[in-house]
Design a protein around this ligand. Structure first.
Ligand SMILES: NC(=O)c1ccc[n+]([C@@H]2O[C@H](COP(=O)([O-])OP(=O)(O)OC[C@H]3O[C@@H](n4cnc5c(N)ncnc54)[C@H](OP(=O)(O)O)[C@@H]3O)[C@@H](O)[C@H]2O)c1
Length: 332
């Protein structure tokens, strides 16, 4: 009889996450109730936001309960249906969590089509991270042709889309990424104009070289030293979509900004945003992103690990830059 392997939250980490903060469990397959379907998850997305859900502090979304299945985006195939809108074989995206099978109904699942790109992209460039890039750049960053856009975590799921969209809008695009290989990728494969390897040890100097006209939009994914190096290069009326602060994720003391006055004298707009706040923008963003991937304009890269048991270790690697592109677990 088939069983359902799951990853549960075993401990709330204080500081760095450890593999022992997770527990692998094996349970009987769940049974769909009226209006629900059983889904065999094919791919699971691993994302930085999950670190926040492992803690108990108040945030924009509820924490995962101790002993519960870890939260996570999935793409899978309906195997049994008690809902007339879904039939076995339908492909669905949802948040069924770190497990091989899950059940959901209309409000949990969105049907997707098999298109001319891998299904896993529905968790990356044509999914939540891509939409995040699209919303943050277009609605908050509002770049104009000729402006300079800098994006951190540039080779990753969100950053790679930000930079490519900004390029399409006629901007000078500079990435910040960890290591020469990731930097080379943003320039050679994604078409960025420049890239700063923050691990090389002279971010401020390299950023000055790559942004001779200053910075008009800084798409913030990281925070910390990279933000500190960006601030002096900001132009008057610069915009900062504050998407994430991954460098702070495992720290027990949040980092501040040393020179807040720069925001005043340069009239900088900084706005935090969560992509799920503006669900009304998703259909347009997903349509554009899907079309751009399908016609070969928007490039992507994935790190795919195999099997649900690989998820904890791979997830920890996200915070050390071990992934190169969108981090995905292949489940079936
Ligand atoms: N606001 C929203 O709605 C929303 C939605 C999705 C994602 N996000 C945020 O967007 C950011 C990027 O997420 P993603 O899914 O696209 O992840 P990702 O970029 O695919 O992977 C994370 C990357 O962050 C970089 N990183 C990790 N620790 C770092 C550190 N201490 N200092 C500098 N860089 C570090 C690493 O790249 P390097 O090797 O280049 O260092 C790593 O590969 C995260 O902050 C995430 O929380 C926000």
């Amino acid at each position: 009889m088939a069983t359902n392997k799951q990853v549960l939250l075993a401990n709330r980490p204080n500081g760095w996450v450890k593999e022992s903060d997770f527990q692998i469990a094996e349970r009987p397959l769940p049974t769909p109730g009226d209006g629900e379907v059983l889904v065999r998850n094919l791919f699971l997305s691993l994302d930085p936001y999950m670190r926040g859900r492992m803690g108990a502090s108040k945030s924009y979304a509820a924490s995962v309960e101790l002993g519960a299945v870890m939260v996570g985006g999935t793409v899978g195939e309906v195997t049994e249906s008690r809902n007339p809108r879904f039939k076995p074989g339908d492909l669905v995206v949802g948040y069924l969590g770190w497990q091989q099978y899950g059940v959901g109904g209309d409000k949990d699942l969105r049907k997707v089509a098999r298109r001319n790109f891998p299904l896993s992209l529905y968790l990356g460039t044509v999914g939540m991270p891509g939409v995040t890039a699209w919303i943050g750049l277009n609605k908050i960053g509002q770049p104009k042709a000729g402006e300079t856009v800098v994006v951190s975590a540039a080779s990753g799921a969100v950053g790679s889309v930000v930079g490519q969209l900004a390029k399409m809008q006629g901007c000078r695009v500079v990435g910040v990424a960890g290591g020469a290989l990731k930097c080379a990728y943003t320039m050679e494969d994604l078409g960025f104009d420049g890239c700063v390897d923050y691990k090389a040890g002279h971010i401020a100097h390299d950023l000055e070289r790559e942004t001779p006209n200053g910075i008009d939009v800084y798409f913030e994914n990281v925070g910390g030293d990279i933000l500190e190096a960006v601030i002096p290069r900001l132009n008057p009326f610069a915009r900062i979509p504050l998407c994430g602060l991954i460098s702070d994720s495992n720290s027990t003391t949040p980092r501040g900004i040393s020179d807040m006055r720069q925001f005043l004298v340069k009239r900088v707009k900084l706005q935090g945003f969560i992509s799920s706040d503006t669900m009304e923008l998703w259909p347009e963003a997903l349509k554009q992103l899907g079309d751009l991937v399908e016609n070969g304009t928007l490039k992507y890269r994935e790190t795919i690990v195999e099997g649900i048991e690989s998820a904890p270790k791979a997830f920890i690697g996200l915070f050390k830059g071990e992934n190169f592109g969108k981090l995905i677990v292949k489940l079936a």
